[in-house]
Design a binder for this molecule. Sequence first.
Ligand code: LFR
Length: 498
Amino acid sequence: TDQLRVAAVDLGATSGRVMAAEVGPDLLRLEEVHRFANGGVPVRGSLFWDVVGIHRETLAGLRKVALGGSLDGIGIDSWAVDYGLLDRDGELLGNPYSHRDARTVGVPERVAGLVDAGEMYAITGLQELPFNTVFQLVAATGTAALESAETLLLLPDLLTYWLTGEIGAERTNASTTGLYDVRSRTWSVDLAKRLSLPWGILPPLRDPGSVVAPLLPAVAQAIGQAVGEPGVPVIAVGSHDTASAVVGVPADGERFAYVSSGTWSLVGLELDGPVLSEDARLANFTNEGGVDGTVRFLKNVMGLWVLSESVRTWAAQGLTVDLPTLLSGAAHAAPLRTVVDIDDPSLLPPATAADQMPERLRALARAAGEPVPESPAEVVRTILDSLALAYRRNVRRACELAGREIDVVHVVGGGSQNALLCQLTADACGLPVLAGPAEAAALGNALVQARTLGADLPDLAAMRALVRRTHDLVRYEPRGGADWDAAARRVGPLKAGA
Ligand code: LFR
């Protein structure tokens, strides 16, 4: 038949899910068979991922997919940047650090003393985020783990290695490391050498859409496949979740911006090539590699992390906080009363009892001379208004820097289900918002697998057309009324471009 059934493993920083995806000429259907909570684990003052636990949950999910029918392929995507190290026996050397760990504080400044930031941007095209892999590796210089490392694997590549035994670095994710040359599309060994990093640990690159290998027999058995059955192929998808999510953006044509809205919000454009101008660098825009050689020209916005960490704080204080109630409170709170720079670095680390997320927002408001939000509803409104302002600023800046005009902002990911945030985004941007699908990353993952397995999906346009045919979107028209220009000026001067 011309119908395929694949497993899309989509790992987010706050939850992981395994989907059974059916793909056919007029069919694109996801069934979420497994979902599990994820998050950084503090150990002795550092923040780690429980990657063996994630592997266990991945297997549990794959088993459920396999039980439910045929299984033609498996693909894994996750958040970017973070990695595990293997020793010469192929064993994992310690738990992978979370990019929210504090060890990279001050490292970009130190690295700028070794390699000029402009030169680095000309090679990698990457926005300077303190946690880029390159900065994590510099922070790890001299550690026993890095000194004995034989191989570096980004997280989806590590999980793929455990399924197949194969080592490699999928390109879309490699492009987020800060060690990848965006123009030659190879590792920048020269950059690694200049930073005294062990460049030999960087594995061979692989393209999204290539077959990695069949499941190892032991893994096939663990997920309930009969001995002797041909192993299910594991396929390299856009293993950076944002790359897969942008594949799943149901855009028609190229006059669109997107907000990939999850723990982070990724705001920008899809382009044919990188924008490496000095203006783009000063605005700290990134050029990440996409599926089919596209470039994601975007900026990271702190995202719904700020909301979920606030909710976590309130829950720990024993307040009853269900999201619908909070959001309806926020919908009735005064618009644009308090706006803050939602990308302030103080909001990056996980909240603790001594350093709570709502308090950080209040401190930012106080420092900016804004009214201090008190109730949870006011705090949530501050977060959403400030996120919408950040979307507006970055959509506009991306268009200026890339010389693009757009008619619509597509919002995909979990945040596309937040009606208030979508409406505020339309209002702030002065453009219609098309919201959905919420599971764009899993869809993009499944679509790339399907093409590899022979589906008639020659290009991104065909994949997106299939998403449009099979998914209902919600449209939000910009409303007049609130003064977003004035609000933008209140936040703007704080942090010009950075
Ligand atoms: C989103 C994302 C972003 C990346 C951040 C950290 O999930 O992958 O694209 O900047 O996580 O890896």
